[in-house]
Design a protein around this ligand. Structure first.
Ligand code: B12
Length: 392
């Protein structure tokens, strides 16, 4: 975004009064500009700078939503709102935040946005597949950290302290991105970068360097860039966006696939073929669609996993599941929750007459795990196989 990335700054003014530690007199504009340029050269789509003052409004939001139960039992940044909204708890004397956005847009492959029934090949239908949300198809957080790392190194070489945080419980990333002027809070609660949309993961370098906050990085008012559009609120499969920018996690599929325990029955059909994450509030967003039309996404990189074979997943060992998907956040790193999600997806998109599906359902109907048996029953009934339930 031009506003936050390419603002021209003035002349640097830093006085050095200690052999190894620069003491600032004024914000260091040249250093700020270098960091932004370094970030853009390293592949970030937008870079902005903000002060490291506590995020008071975000803290109030976290506490309020927790009180109203909207966090649905999530911990993350909700565990300790005082901490997650104060960058100085990450780095004492932090003065500035350098915030970057890493794009995870890529061309859709095969059945990735499909109905989970696989492609109709020359030898008949292929096996049922579960869909993975775009941000989780490869390790985009690692790429983001890789792009922010050189910024932190650059600061350290100048004698400053710097720490990279991204998707960490210690900082609310979107609040930092918004303050740094990267974009606005959409009605879907995501930060949208003007002209580029929301398919970004966000991360921050927290530093004690006094950086220049460009005048253009005045955060846009919440929801303003969305105008009168509320496609995301209407498009959410479970109505989880209960007010503009306010998500009720108890209904959000992206949380329910991660959450422990039984998957709420009233949301199982809405889950469709998803097994991890949900993209719907971004997929229906006209700003993302326009951005894709203007600048088509790059081809998918090798090694990305838009879909997972549901039957294979349901026969895989714990070790194999953690090897394949251990990067995903699943409550307690318990692979049972992946099986739970896969059973629901199978119930939604499988073929009850397919012998392998039948064998898989049979197996889980007789499992020594009440939660998975209950989900297998639900799936069998969905596929018209009450008979399998009856004989189990
Ligand atoms: C907890 C969490 C979740 C939870 C809850 C999300 C939520 N809305 O809180 C669950 C598991 C559901 C989730 C889902 C997703 N997440 Co998430 N998640 C987080 C996490 C760990 C903390 C978020 C947080 O603290 N929320 C607290 C609440 C208070 O914040 P909020 O919802 O953003 O609320 C703000 C708005 O309401 C706004 N606001 C206030 N008043 C008003 C009024 C109006 C009119 C408007 C429009 C806005 C507005 O201000 C509030 C903050 O003060 C962050 C990583 C991090 N450490 O920050 C990633 C993060 C937010 N998630 C991210 C992603 C990519 C996703 C998913 C797209 C993944 C997926 N495909 O499944 C979905 C999107 C769901 C959604 N619509 O938000 C990215 C978002 C990137 C971006 N461009 O915005 C983050 C930043 C991770 C990262 N480092 O990149 N996530």
């Amino acid at each position: 975004m031009a506003g936050c990335a390419v603002q021209p700054w003035g002349v640097p003014r830093t006085a050095v009064s200690h052999p190894c530690r620069p003491v600032p007199t004024e914000p260091d504009a040249a250093l700020s500009r270098d960091l932004v340029e370094l970030g853009l050269r390293g592949g970030l789509s937008a870079v902005g700078i903000a002060s490291a003052d506590p995020f008071e409004v975000t803290r109030v939001d976290l506490v309020d939503r927790k009180r109203r139960g909207l966090h649905g039992g999530m911990q993350f940044t909700y565990r300790n709102p005082e901490r997650s909204t104060d960058p100085r708890r990450i780095l004492a004397n932090a003065r500035s935040l350098v915030v970057g956005a890493w794009s995870y847009r890529e061309e859709e492959q095969g059945d990735a946005e499909g109905d989970g029934r696989g492609d109709q090949g020359a030898h008949g239908p292929t096996r049922p597949v579960g869909r993975v949300a775009r941000y989780a198809r490869s390790d985009h957080y690692a790429s983001l950290r890789g792009a922010l790392g050189p910024l932190a190194d650059h600061l350290r070489r100048g004698g400053w302290r710097a720490t990279v945080v991204c998707d960490d419980n210690a900082l609310v990333d979107r609040a930092a991105a918004h303050r740094a002027g990267l974009g606005w809070f959409g009605k879907n609660a995501l930060v949208l970068v003007p002209g580029l949309g929301s398919w970004f993961v966000l991360g921050t370098v927290v530093t004690d360097a006094p950086l220049q906050t460009p005048p253009l990085s005045v955060p846009a008012p919440h929801g303003k860039g969305c105008g009168s559009c509320s496609a995301c609120m209407r498009g959410c499969p479970t109505g989880a966006l209960v007010a503009p920018g306010v998500l009720d996690a108890r209904r959000c599929l992206a949380w329910l696939v991660q959450a422990p325990g039984s998957f709420p029955e009233e949301h199982r059909i809405a889950l469709g073929d998803r097994i991890y994450g949900c993209d719907e509030c971004q997929r229906v967003c006209p700003i993302n669609r326009i951005a894709d039309r203007r600048n088509p996404p790059p081809p998918a990189r090798t090694g990305t996993e838009p879909t997972v074979d549901l039957l294979e997943l349901l026969w895989a060992s714990d070790g194999a599941l953690l090897d394949a998907h251990g990067r995903w956040y699943i409550s307690g790193r318990d692979p049972r929750y992946l099986r739970r999600n896969a059973l629901i997806a199978l119930g939604n998109v499988g073929d009850g007459q397919d012998p392998e599906t039948e064998r898989t359902l049979d197996h889980w109907l007789g499992a020594n795990d009440p939660m998975l048996v209950e989900h297998a029953r639900w799936a069998a009934r969905q596929l018209g196989r009450e008979d399998l339930v009856a004989k189990s």
